[in-house]
Structure formats: structure tokens, C-alpha cells
Write a protein that binds this ligand. Structure first.
Ligand SMILES: [Zn+2]
Length: 422
């Protein structure tokens, strides 16, 4: 998902200005949007994307009513693969990880642009996924994040075909699995490390609503940390090391960690648990910890200090009691999303800004944690763009998507696809 709260208005303005001035200095991709719109075929495709928006919204609803819980995206993947085939994509397949791929060949195989959206949701298996509609507003879990992206990909394929747009490079359309939460980007990781290893030149993910362009990938590391000991009666066994006390020591040390404001680096103990009774020394206590940074080096440095804090807490708790029934700790990495960025002055970001402005829309750069984290960490040009419309309540059962002018997002995505398949 994209996190709207991550948007930083003031630096963003600066970055946009920087992007535009750097582009005009080089004159490379700064005007690609307006130049492409002068091509009658591209213009026809852009117009057709708008005319087709009702069908795009129908697809959005239809796909969203097929459940896609974490690690169980297969049903939606099958429906999506069928939609790829119906749209005329070639070599449609589902890879080992569960990603759906379909190819729209260009005049040559390279550059190969991957245009993607994610299949999975954050919602468990038994969630009611019916979509309801009131006026312009759709209600349903996942309706914006990321059924919108999935539907826009299909619309791009149809519009390019109707207008007979032939691109020099090839576009591979992909529905990825495992973008959310504990999915830990498993789909896009498999795409880059296995399925299309060495064959992706540019990458765009459509994820989120609105019209933002995300070029900074917030990396994260997430742990489940479990402290264990023999446990016992709070009075009778008093004097043995206590897993909850060890947890408390670790948390106090983590709370005191210093991190830089820039590059922004954060930590959070998000959940804790353990113990069985007020009058029992616990045999287990656990916490879940999330650490983030837009800088991979800072993230790794914080990780090392966090681990040291946990280990020292265990040593201190055991030293306090000096008994032969010590507390032990197990740190399980449950999330590893690499940090990265695509420079604001790079061709792909310039192209995204250019096509947005060519359509008379305001370009806004921001940051996020999405499938683009993986290519950005590999230094492969990548951006994540919003799919248009307006969304609320992402990751909640009350998620909504306002379709007012949502065609703008479809047009922008389409024009970007053409601009990057050159
Ligand atoms: Zn998402």
C-alpha cells in the first residue's frame, strides 16, 4: 500500500521543482508527455481510456469480489490471468510464486517495462468482499488498494490495442502476490530474482489512490522477539530470571535509541504479550518491533543496535539473579523490505512528472513502501504511481473509492506506459 501520511508537502514542492528544472536543463524526458500527445495514435488511446472508464470501474469491482487474503491469492490470480488473456496479452502465465504475467510485445524485446499492481489484500479469508456503490463512491475492502491498480492495467491494454499503439519496447503486465504485511514483497522479490531475473529495465507499480508519484522506498525490518524461561510461582520460585522483566529491560533500551531525523529513521515496539497470571513468573514474553528508514545503511545500523539492546537485556536479567535457569531470547525476522530511491532527476521520474503535467494534472512526489522497494534497492529505475480517484480507509473494512474523475489516473498511467516503453 501507499501511505498518504508519508507525504511531506514542503520538501515535495522542492523536489518537484528540482525535477522539472533538471529535466529542462537536459531536455531529455521533460517534455515527453506533451510530445507523445501529439502522436494521433497515442492521443486516441488516451481519449479511449477515458471513454472506457465505466468498464475499468466494473473490472475493479469484479476483481475485488474475488477474495485474495495474504498467501491465498490463487483464486484472484486465476481470474486475473483470464482477464489478461481476454485482453489479448501474450504468454500469459502464473509463476512459481503466484504472480500473474502477460506480455504486450513491442517492436523489440528491450527495453522491457514491467507495469504492475498487487493482487493481495490485508484481509483474512472469511472477510465479506462484496462491493457496494452509493453514487460515485464504491465501498469494499481492497477496492482502492489495490483493485484499482489491477483494473487500470487492463484498461491500458485495451486502450493501446483499440488505438493500435505500437511501442518500440515491450510491456510486461504483472499482478504480484504478497505485497502487503507479512507477504513481505515475496511476489516482486521472486519476479526480480527468479521469474524475470535480468530482464526488467524499468518498473512501475500502480498502488494507491490519487495522483501521487512515489520515488523513495521506505525500507523496513520487522521482528518478533520471544523471551523464554522456566517460569514458576511468583513467591515460591522467586529468584529465577523473568522473561517479562527481560522484555521490559529490552524495551527500555529500545525506547532510548537515537535515530537521525534525516534520513528519516524510525522504530516502534508495536505489540507485546506474555505471561499467564499475576502470581506466576512467566515462561514467555514477546514483542513485535518495526524499524524503518529511507536509507539502507541507517536501517542496518539501527538493526544492529536493536539486536544488541535485546541481547544485553537478557544478559542483564540473567546477571541480576545469577541462577542456573536463565532466560533465552529468539529474534525472528518477519519482515524485510529494502530501502531505496529513484533520483528525482532520473529519466523515469521525469517521465512520470512530464506525463502528469501534460494531462493538466499537478505532479507531486512522495515516498512509500510498495513493490517498487525491490527494484529501487537493486538500482533498477522504478516508481509507484497512484491509480486515480480518491480513497479512504485503506486496510480497513470501511475502505472506499470515489470514482469522480478517476479516468485521469487511467490516462496518466497509460501515457506513462507509452513513455517508458521507448
Ligand atoms: Zn497496496
Amino acid at each position: 500500500m501507499r501511505n498518504a501520511a508519508l507525504v511531506r508537502p514542503v520538501p515535495v514542492l522542492f523536489v518537484v521543482l528540482f525535477a522539472v528544472s533538471a529535466a529542462s536543463a537536459r531536455g531529455q524526458t521533460a517534455d515527453i508527455g506533451s510530445r507523445l500527445l501529439q502522436d494521433p495514435a497515442v492521443r486516441a488511446a488516451v481519449d479511449s481510456a477515458r471513454a472506457d472508464e465505466a468498464r475499468t470501474i466494473e473490472d475493479q469491482i469484479r476483481l475485488c469480489e474475488v477474495p485474495a487474503p495474504p498467501f491465498k491469492e490463487a483464486a484472484r490470480a486465476t481470474v486475473y490471468a483470464d482477464a489478461f488473456r481476454a485482453a489479448g496479452l501474450q504468454n500469459v502465465r502464473i509463476d512459481r510464486e503466484g504472480n500473474v504475467l502477460g506480455v504486450r510485445p513491442g517492436r523489440s524485446a528491450r527495453p522491457n517495462l514491467v507495469f504492475s499492481a498487487h493482487l493481495d489484500t490485508v484481509f483474512p479469508e472469511d472477510t465479506r468482499v462484496t462491493v457496494t456503490r452509493k453514487g460515485n463512491v464504491l465501498h469494499g475492502p481492497g477496492i482502492g488498494d489495490d483493485c484499482r491498480g489491477l483494473a487500470v492495467l487492463l484498461s491500458i491494454v485495451r486502450a493501446l490495442d483499440r488505438a493500435k499503439v505500437q511501442t518500440p519496447g515491450t510491456i510486461t503486465f504483472v499482478g504480484t502476490v504478497g505485497e502487503e504485511g507479512l507477504g513481505d514483497l515475496r511476489g516482486v522479490k521472486a519476479l526480480f530474482n527468479e521469474t524475470l531475473k535480468g530482464q526488467i529495465d524499468r518498473f512501475v507499480s500502480i498502488d494507491g489512490t490519487g495522483l501521487g508519484i512515489s520515488h523513495i522506498a521506505v525500507g523496513s525490518l520487522r521482528y518478533r522477539v520471544a523471551f523464554k524461561g522456566p517460569g514458576g510461582h511468583s513467591y515460591g520460585a522467586f529468584g529465577i530470571a523473568n522473561p517479562i522483566h527481560a522484555l521490559g529491560r529490552a524495551m527500555a533500551a529500545i525506547a532510548d535509541l537515537q535515530v537521525p531525523a534525516s534520513p528519516k529513521t524510525t522504530f516502534n515496539v508495536g505489540r507485546i504479550g506474555g505471561g499467564t497470571s499475576v502470581n506466576a513468573i512467566a515462561f514467555e514474553a514477546w514483542m513485535e518491533v518495526d524499524m524503518r528508514s529511507i536509507d539502507e545503511k541507517e536501517l542496518r545500523a539501527l538493526d544492529a543496535r536493536f539486536r544488541r539492546a535485546v541481547e544485553q537485556a537478557v544478559v542483564a536479567e540473567n546477571a541480576r539473579w545469577n541462577q542456573n535457569s536463565p532466560v533465552t531470547v529468539e529474534m525472528t525476522l518477519v519482515g524485510d523490505r529494502p530501502a531505496g530511491s529513484t533520483p528525482a532527476g532520473s529519466a523515469i521520474v521525469e517521465a512520470a512528472v512530464s506525463v502528469t503535467r501534460a494531462l493538466g494534472l499537478a505532479a507531486r512526489l512522495d515516498e512509500g513502501s510498495t513493490d517498487s522497494n525491490v527494484p529501487m534497492s537493486l538500482k533498477i529505475p522504478a516508481v509507484t504511481i497512484d491509480g486515480g480517484g480518491r480513497g479512504t480507509g485503506s486496510h480497513s473494512l470501511e475502505e472506499t473509492f470515489d470514482t469522480t474523475n478517476s479516468w485521469q489516473g487511467t490516462q496518466r498511467a497509460l501515457l506513462l506506459a507509452v513513455a517508458l516503453a521507448q
